[in-house]
Design a protein around this ligand. Structure first.
Ligand SMILES: [Zn+2]
Length: 259
């Protein structure tokens, strides 16, 4: 079994062949966590989790931090999804993105803190999106959420930042970018991650692995990420599959295998 800890299969990019993409994943023994990024996509993520017998995360992405409705009301809606179903296994994705800055910094930080507070109230892990904002992300997490598992999704920093994230008890999620030739620094960083803190993900439909670049990503392509990790760490793909699957069960299901 393989566990893709970050997928957006309910995104419109899958509208034409969602069922086939899900079948391709199932055929390869791939389970996945469907991740929301605003109210609408969180509701769709839960719907997909119910439909597939799978699990999901619900949250408000920093890009979506600014909206007409007040953040309190928006987070109340997200919380209603948490209360609605035990299939919600995490709060995310939440975080800070100063690269695209699609929402003002203050709104991003406010939304982020509210997301972490929600995760803590429900003892759920938080899935973090971070770009050009590692310093603020680490400061906010250090202050607001030392007692829940934190997943740094699509980790794309070097060893120094990884060390700080690991010190917060964080997990490192790696996906397609690990397979890109120019990202040798990520493969160096990987060697530094303790085995019990490593997770794999696709972030599909985005960030396909090297051999699929230019195409839409999907959960089945996680195999290439597993193979790359195996090669870098000198282990077999099945060892990496098992390791990262067990880690995902520990983080998202308190060690009780439900997948
Ligand atoms: Zn994502």
């Amino acid at each position: 079994m393989v566990f893709d800890t970050h997928a957006h299969v309910s995104a419109r990019q899958f509208d034409k062949d969602r069922r086939q993409a899900l079948e391709r994943a199932t055929d390869l023994g791939i389970a996945f966590l469907e991740v929301g990024f605003n109210e609408d996509s969180s509701r769709k993520s839960l719907a997909l989790a119910r439909q597939t017998g799978g699990f999901c995360a619900v949250g408000i992405h920093p890009h979506d931090a600014l909206a007409d409705e007040p953040l309190e009301t928006r987070w109340q809606y997200i919380e209603s999804l948490v209360l609605e179903s035990p299939r919600v296994k995490a709060i995310g994705e939440i975080g800070l993105d100063y690269f695209r800055n699609l929402s003002p910094k203050n709104a991003q930080i406010e939304a982020f803190i509210m997301g972490l507070d929600l995760a803590r109230r429900h003892k759920l892990p938080a899935i973090i999106h971070q770009r050009d904002a590692s310093r603020d992300v680490i400061t906010v997490i250090d202050k607001h959420s030392r007692d829940i598992p934190i997943v740094f999704h699509c980790f794309s920093e070097g060893i120094d930042c990884a060390r700080k994230c690991l010190d917060l008890g964080g997990y490192i999620g790696l996906g397609g970018p690990l397979t890109y030739p120019r990202n040798g620094y990520l493969r160096d960083m990987l060697k530094f991650v303790p085995p019990d803190r490593l997770l794999v993900e696709t972030d599909c439909p985005w960030l396909p692995p090297q051999s699929k670049r230019g195409r839409r990503n999907e959960p089945a392509y996680i195999i290439e990420v597993i193979e790359t990790i195996a090669e870098v760490l000198g282990q077999t793909p099945s060892e990496i599959s098992k390791l990262t699957f067990d880690n995902a069960v520990r983080v998202f299901a308190n060690g009780e295998q439900e997948w």
